[in-house]
Design a protein around this ligand. Structure first.
Ligand code: NAD
Length: 497
């Protein structure tokens, strides 16, 4: 853990040298058309740099480099144990440079430096290391064939992978894709969000330093509708892996259908229910967790516990506890190591969160606390966590993903009713249930249509378990060995004996 003070982080921020160019075929390069976009920090409105704005021409170059590297086989046909060594070096370099990478995350998208360092960077390193360590421990299969046949079931790298990622956990989301994609021998083109491109650009150099061959890992900063779309429509991209909104996820399926039917794996939005029963083991603990579930990372979390379903008999008491717990999540300066919350990603997103808050009031939800813009004088983008009571699950505030610190409280009378409300959503990413009754907990976990279910906790998880969504929250899974399915083709070879 870093011992740097607020002043020392600020000093580092001012002296930081920031690379802003694309990374193609093992070297940094400006976009072919020379275009750039301004990268503005939501911390204070400072311009951090002019970032290369790639388009279809750069996508063409990167895909050609990735394909060439894949066909050359220096990475794709290397022994898994040798790839493992390079992946472990890559993880070690990320760890060694985690202060700089965390600083880039904080400056670029506003999250508190302590969380960037202790959460994002730790999880990023772990995703690369875990995938690297796994790759020489996976065995293929021999089928249960007749005596005169030998049937081999083997996995092969799929080829060129395009990974399009969002801005809320820029490095961690990238690493969940890069870890298994690289470990299985693919070539990758990473397209970071235009709202948070800096850490991915820096990561490219570390990959090269670790020994990942030129062309195997490329980074294309730029807009979704330009370079993102070009990658999604490209005829020589074999697999498209995406984390982002459900709206864009659906668009990517169309692009794949219009082009080469590339495999498309989607991790999309959520509106996750956090169900608190009157017999929760400890209401204080549950209230602290409910506050963190909506306020951590400024609510910019796909699994944010944005619908708080509370048993009617304890609702008022419980909501009061949550509001008290949210005080700790009042936004502070993101470079102050004691801040639990920072800025939202940019001014445009701030306006969107404030618009959701205004609309919820118009629809009749009761604003119990928060919801104001904060730290206006900083020039940054800050919003106080908001709690809406008397929410009906049919209201926009209960159905749409705000992606900010805005909590909707919905009362219920029975657990069956709570599960029904919880499942009444286009999303199915995560859900939590708080009860001391083991049987109730298990029955709810079975009935909830969500990729992750937490009992008496919120947001548990590590690399050992798969992560992803039901319904319009996506398909496929990141993390765990299940993630390797996205990056490999299964082949059956029949040998007549
Ligand atoms: P977004 O969908 O707006 O953008 C995601 C990425 O897609 C960006 O890199 C963007 O440039 C790119 N993109 C946009 N339009 C495109 C197009 N036409 N073609 C190709 N690429 C395009 O999402 P966001 O605002 O960056 O991120 C927030 C969303 O991400 C939320 O919905 C959140 O729930 C979701 N998310 C999901 C998970 C998960 O694991 N399920 C994790 C984190 C975030």
């Amino acid at each position: 853990m870093s011992q740097l003070t607020h002043a020392q982080w600020q000093q580092r921020a001012l002296s930081l040298s920031i690379e802003t160019r694309a990374f193609i075929d093992g070297r940094y390069t400006t976009a072919m058309n020379g275009a750039t976009f301004e990268c503005v920090s939501p911390v204070d409105g400072r311009v951090l740099g002019q970032v290369s704005s790639c388009d279809a021409a750069d996508a063409q170059l990167a895909v050609a480099a990735a394909r060439k590297a894949f066909e050359a086989g220096h990475w794709s046909r290397q022994a898994p144990s040798a790839r493992k060594q390079i992946m472990l070096r890559f993880a070690a370099l990320i760890e060694q440079n985690s202060e700089e990478l965390a600083l880039l995350e904080t400056l670029d998208m506003g999250k508190p430096i302590a969380h960037a360092l202790e959460m994002d960077l730790v999880a990023t390193t772990e995703a690369i290391r875990w995938s690297g360590e796994a790759i020489d421990k996976i065995y293929d299969q021999v089928a249960a064939t007749p005596y005169d046949q030998l049937g081999l079931v083997t996995r092969e790298p799929i080829g060129v992978v395009a990974a399009i990622v969002p801005w809320n956990f820029p490095l961690m989301m990238s690493a969940w894709k890069l870890g298994p994609a690289l470990a299985t021998g693919n070539s990758v083109i990473l397209k970071p969000s235009e709202r948070s491109p800096l850490s991915a650009i820096r990561l490219a150099q570390l990959a090269l330093d670790a020994g990942i061959p030129a062309g195997v890992f490329n980074v294309l900063p730029g807009y979704g509708h330009t370079v993102g779309k070009a990658l999604a429509l490209h005829m020589d991209v074999d697999t498209l892996v995406f984390t982002g909104s459900t709206r864009i996820a659906k668009q990517l399926l169309v692009y794949a259908g219009e082009s080469n039917m590339k495999r498309v794996w989607l991790e999309a939005g959520g509106k996750s229910p956090n169900i608190v029963c009157a017999d929760a083991p400890d209401l204080e603990v549950a209230a602290q967790a409910a506050a963190a579930a909506i306020a951590f990372n400024q609510g910019e979390v796909c699994t944010a516990g944005s619908r708080l379903l509370v048993e009617r008999s304890i609702k008022d008491e419980f909501v009061a506890k949550v509001i008290e717990a949210l005080q700790a999540w009042t936004p502070g300066h993101p470079l102050d190591p004691s801040s639990m919350a920072g800025a939202v990603v940019d001014r445009q997103h701030l306006e969107s969160v404030l618009a959701h808050i205004a609309e919820a009031q118009k629809q009749g939800a009761t604003l119990r606390s928060g919801g104001r813009q904060m730290r206006v004088e900083s020039g940054g983008a800050y919003v106080e966590p908001a709690v809406f009571d008397e929410v009906d699950n049919a209201m926009g505030i209960a159905r749409e993903e705000v992606f900010g610190p805005v909590l909707s409280v919905i009362a219920f009378d029975t657990l069956e009713q709570a599960v029904e409300i919880a499942n009444d959503s286009p999303y199915g990413l995560a859900a939590a249930v708080w009860t001391r009754d083991l049987s109730k907990a298990h029955l709810a976990a079975k009935a909830l249509r969500a990729g992750s279910v937490w009992i008496n906790q919120y947001n548990g998880g590590d690399m050992t378990a798969p992560f992803g969504g039901f319904k319009q929250s996506g398909n496929g899974r990141d993390k765990s060995l299940h993630a390797f399915d996205k990056y490999t083709e299964l082949k059956a070879t029949w040998i007549k004996l």
